[in-house]
Design a protein around this ligand. Structure first.
Ligand code: G3P
Length: 221
């Protein structure tokens, strides 16, 4: 399973990278705005800074909503670095753009996916990744993880190479359940990745081991 970090914050990206478990980064216009990155040139150079930190794929989202402009923006984004994956929303024009990029071997991430039908369509169009937003489904009393289960079944039935990139992953149990269900990738905030470290029995067990070591070695020897 690949771990992506869902942020545009360079310090958090560095921290996850230094942990040694980071396979890529996803961003979106909201996350860029949160870091105060505005204006086309700043946005493009920020993507370059992200690519310089990590070794894996970096999703960069188009802002355009019409096919022609999505293609223009996507090609510009793909020029930044070989790690860039063009992130395209699940719309009619988005699907056309994904097919266009896929025919030209430009990697894509179809975003804002909320149903199995949308996920099937995006895979059909040749998306490299499809991002079901599980937390946002949970927010509206719909089981986000059930969508992951459906997607795993459908993609396996037909051998689609499209990777399931579970997004809007809000907590550690989301991540663990995505792993149980066979999602290819999860993207989540740093705190979800570091949350995997935590268990009170690990903390108390280590404390005891160190206390016993100190007791045994108190008088030299
Ligand atoms: O990866 C998608 C993500 O950025 C959305 O997360 O928590 O805003 O639903 P959230």
């Amino acid at each position: 399973m690949k771990f992506f970090i869902d942020t545009a914050n360079l310090n958090e990206i560095r921290e996850a990278h230094e942990l040694g478990v980071l396979d890529g980064v996803t961003t979106n216009p909201t996350l860029m705005a949160k870091e105060g990155i505005t204006g086309k040139n700043n946005i493009l150079s920020h993507y370059k800074s992200v690519c310089d930190i990590v070794t894996g794929d970096v999703s960069a989202e188009v802002i355009a909503t019409d096919f022609k402009e999505m293609v223009r923006e996507g090609e510009e984004l793909a020029e930044i670095d070989g790690k860039i994956v063009v992130k395209v929303p699940m719309t009619r024009d988005g699907i056309k753009a994904i097919k266009y990029f896929s025919d030209r071997e430009i990697k894509t991430n179809c975003t804002l996916v909320f149903s199995a039908g949308q996920a099937l369509l995006a895979a059909k169009a040749g998306a490299s990744y499809v991002s079901p937003f599980i937390g946002r489904l949970d927010d509206v009393s719909t089981d986000g993880l059930a969508l992951i289960e459906q997607m795993v079944l459908i993609y396996n039935n037909y051998g689609f190479e499209t990777e399931i990139l579970a997004a809007s992953v809000r907590h550690v149990m989301h991540l663990v359940q995505c792993a149980e269900l066979g999602a290819d990738v999860v993207t989540c905030p740093l705190k979800v990745i570091t949350g995997l470290l935590k268990h009170p029995l690990t903390d108390s067990g280590l404390e005891q081991f160190l206390a016993d070591y100190r007791k045994g070695n108190a008088h030299g020897g």
